[in-house]
Write a protein that binds this ligand. Sequence first.
Ligand SMILES: *Cc1c(COP(=O)(O)O)cnc(C)c1O
Length: 390
Amino acid sequence: MTDPRQHIMPTYRPPELVFERGEGMHLFTDDGAAYLDFISGIAVSSLGHSHPVLVSALKEQAEKLWHTSNMFRVPAAEKLAAKMCERSFADRVFFSNSGTEAIEAAIKAARKFHWLNGSPDRHEIITFTGAFHGRSLAAINAGGNPAYLEGFGSRLPGFIQVEWENADALDAAISERTAAILIEPVQGEGGVRALPEVQLTNLRKLCDESGILLIYDEIQCGMGRTGKLFAHEWAENSAPDIMCLAKGIGGGFPFGACLMTEAVGIAMQPGSHGSTYGGNPLAMAVGNVVWDKISDPAFLEQVYEVSQTLEQELEALAKSRPEEVKGVTGKGLLMGLKMTDGPKSLQARAREEGLLTGVAGNNVLRLAPPLIVSEDDIRNAVSILETAMG
Ligand SMILES: *Cc1c(COP(=O)(O)O)cnc(C)c1O
């Protein structure tokens, strides 16, 4: 029999398993087997699968209008942007189709800002080891992961990487060419690492002193995942100039957003940037209801509460398995188990027991359940992990 996957570019290596539908915290195969979802399509399906409110918002819009392009106004995009600005540091929003494109918009806006302000030489973007900002050429250069850069030609100029949590290295990297510092308040792919809160405050101060823009990549850690709407809100006086969102903002419908202050946004004028699909009516219909649900303080409080249980249960598991588990990392509902050996075999065994997880870095099992996860789901998941460890 021919392999049905043979014409798919083999950039991914999924298991044999095929899911037919999803509901809430679970995915189901066509023979009805249920899997508890603790990865949510990599921190995307934050309201769980087939949420009735999301389904009806999408269906309703699908029967009215799918697409006009940004040649015409999209009222639902105007509405969502207004809500985002009302609830954040931002004054302007650019809608994209993905996280990578939100990063592209951020880098372009930061450079254009300095150009407009008479410093065209300020074009360097400083990033950190373990970063992940997407897979476009600019994003892999910003991310700096050698495995993702190999074979794709020369490194792009204008990207400088310094060691995570190394303030001296950061100071040394800053020059009159620095345009912006780009950082994930909680690193996802790089190993589920949360930057200590005070360091975000310090970054803000450093940027203010040196006229550098601060860009947060909250594509994975934002939208309620840490129990606050944005991960940087855990730190005082840490508001960025630019922030990228994606993943959780669409609840599974692909879109991203690049938020910025008026001062930076002024650099982006008609013709500066664009996207055919970005902020299209289907994405915006879903985006508005996702926003309304997740930005609700009561919802965020619930996320925080339940995340405490996840952390406690993982700490207890780590303590009882010192040979396999080296530690617990992450924040809120973006958590990692640092393993002694590669996490892939544990991931596979957990899957056989009905639990879906992810991996990050070389040795971290990544957990990012839908934000609607219950304490019972958490206890089930941790007990499956325990069983899977043997
Ligand atoms: C997933 C991710 C991206 C890229 O988003 P895509 O939607 O895959 O383009 C960028 N930054 C972070 C932190 C991410 O987790």
